[in-house]
Design a binder for this molecule. Structure first.
Ligand code: AHM
Ligand code: MG
Length: 313
């Protein structure tokens, strides 16, 4: 049954029958995330009307100014996940260290970027939430290839929940009249090539020769720049329309900016599942064993042909 009245819950219940490792526990975790992002989305839709904008006055593990919205989204997701009984630990971009469930119960580790693109909050531009789920192992740090599910939520003109459990990528759009995510984009396949690129070109004087040469050649073929400063929104555009997203290492930031656990691995998993490619420092980021929850890396991902061309420079 694949039609526009299929809710995320229906979809997951169906996956339980057909696609292990989706089981009742994983479904519970995903539904907890769904409930939290609906609440985050509802707050976002009221920003400007209610007193929620602005900074908290403190910085996170990455020295980023924490917005009040970051704080709200983080607290909501962490509390909800840890109280579910299914989650052993939550690692979050907003936390210096992972938080464990009280009795160390639960089978899953969930990594989250609670509010991606937070600099967009105060100007009413797109925002996102990114999540990634692993089975509890000996260590919190696991390779991206060990993810059993990953997804993102895009708070745009509509709210979309994009999910992979390792059997392709599906997108659900929130129908606000009933409060449910409905399957709107089944089996998303990224175009093999595209003419759009997303990069912060303001840093071009620090780009490596590889990035400079690639961009010069791409632009000479009529490429278009689209960049919002929200990875979720920029990657979603590339997923749907094709092209390439780049947050490469440069001469100023040799380790890039984006976080392996919270941003790169979930997005690379999704892009791979949709038929695209991802590369970090010349290799597949999903094969890297993270050295810390806060590791950052270079990332280039998107349509297969575009990423292959980037690699060839
Ligand atoms: P955030 O998760 O703290 O909001 O930051 C991550 C964001 C990504 O969404 C985006 O791709 C990038 O940082 C933008 O950085 P820059 O302003 O350097 O272009
Ligand atoms: Mg982010």
């Amino acid at each position: 049954m694949l039609n526009k009245s299929q809710t995320l819950t229906d979809f997951l219940l169906h996956e339980e029958i057909t696609s292990p490792p989706v089981n009742g526990s994983l479904t519970m975790v995903l539904l907890q995330i769904e409930n939290s992002v609906k609440i985050i989305g509802s707050h976002i839709k009221q920003s400007g009307l209610v007193d929620i904008l602005g900074k908290t006055g403190y910085k996170n593990a990455f020295n980023d100014e924490v917005q009040r919205f970051d704080d709200l989204s983080n607290t909501l997701l962490v509390t909800t996940l840890l109280s579910s009984g299914e989650v052993y630990a939550v690692a979050s971009e907003e936390l210096k260290e992972p938080i464990y469930s009280k009795n160390k119960g639960g089978d899953f580790i969930v990594c989250i970027d609670p509010l991606d693109g937070s600099s967009n909050v105060d100007c009413n531009a797109s925002l996102g939430t990114i999540f990634s789920i692993y089975k509890k192992g000996d260590n919190i740090l696991q390779k991206g290839n060990d993810q059993i599910a990953a997804g993102y939520v895009l708070y745009g003109p509509s709210i979309m929940f994009v999910l992979t459990t390792g059997k392709g990528v599906n997108g659900f759009t929130l129908d606000p009249s009933i409060g449910s995510f409905l399957l709107s984009h089944s089996n998303i396949i990224i175009p093999e090539k595209g003419s759009q690129y997303a990069i912060n070109e303001g840093y071009s004087s620090n780009f490596t020769n590889q990035t400079k040469k690639f961009l010069k050649s791409f632009k000479s073929n009529g490429a278009k720049l689209r960049y919002s400063g929200c990875m979720v929104s920029d990657v979603h555009r590339i997923l749907i329309q094709g092209g390439i997203f780049l947050y490469p290492a440069d001469n100023k930031n040799p380790n890039g900016k984006l976080r392996l656990l919270y941003e790169i691995n979930p997005m690379a998993f999704i892009i791979n599942q949709a038929g695209g490619l991802a590369v970090s420092d010349g290799i597949d980021p999903l094969t890297i064993l993270p050295n810390s929850v806060n590791q950052t890396m270079s990332i280039v991902l998107g349509s297969k042909d575009n990423v292959k061309i980037y690699k060839s420079f």
